[in-house]
Design a protein around this ligand. Sequence first.
Ligand code: NAD
Length: 310
Amino acid sequence: QAKAIGFIGLGNMGFSMATNLAEKLPVNSSVHVFDIIPALVDDICAKYPDRVVACSGPKDVADRSDIIITMLPEGKHVKAVYMGTDGICSSDVGQKLLVDCSTIDTASFLEIKDHISKNFPRASFYDAPVSGGVIGAERGMIAFFLGCAEDNTKDIEELRQLFSLMGNKLIPCGGPSLGIAAKLSNNYLSGIIAIACSEAMDMGMKSGLDPRVLAQVYAAGNAQNTICDRFNPVPGVDPDAPSSNGYKKGFKVHLMKKDISLALDMAHRVGSTNVLGSVGLQIYKEASEDERCKDLDSRIVFRYLGGNEN
Ligand code: NAD
């Protein structure tokens, strides 16, 4: 059945997610988009002139859509888009389904949820951060970690259908904000692995090993993992990895700094140890401020740590 979907935030991830919606939604459906960078809105509207509609702001998106997805950098952006002037909540979102797919702090998410519950008791608002990277988003192969109890079958089924147009996995994680907790735990692990992989690759390469051989060794041995396989920090190992493409179109290093920092806050709050995370945060913080690394894919830590890229 035809749907009107709103999409706010057309960055590295959001652009591809919205593109998949434009391509795969049923006939007569539409995608209503907004980003503060007009060129991104123009690009997607030019590609799908009959399907994608440019909106003037978050309220306009919400006015025209039944389901609204946000894919923004941080909690402060999501709060502004929902609760700011001309935000989503200045529209009547009555019984609408609202989903934030960004990776943000749980406090911001719960503050927005509280605001929505007070003003629109029949609207539903979920956290559903994603994993799979920009390549996964382009290929419709991302996982959604949904902050929703498994027995809420009606909303889960509706979201399962929608998410299946953009990804290939949906994991209900429990209640509100547990999707975010799952995602932060995941990114803590993948961020630390990227540092460990950079160091292990560097010592192997400086000992005379070909980086592609090293990647094969990890894949065959018990160090096998997705970062070394599909997002190897060393250029030339995987032609599709951001590292092989100038570290562009990936998961920006300041976003990894943000996620490790959020994960450490969470660890602190729940009384979990975080020895590696403290070192990792320092590395990502310095890399995100380093002129040779800033704004590039987070696996740029290989360069930051002095890896030999040739
Ligand atoms: P990005 O910086 O490439 O894109 C964010 C977009 O939001 C930009 O286009 C920006 O202009 C837009 N934006 C910012 N403020 C806005 C506002 N007030 N109104 C409308 N648009 C606004 O980031 P990304 O890589 O697409 O990541 C988005 C979120 O997804 C982040 O929370 C990130 O941690 C998470 N994430 C990223 C990846 C990845 O591999 N890139 C993977 C999984 C999750």
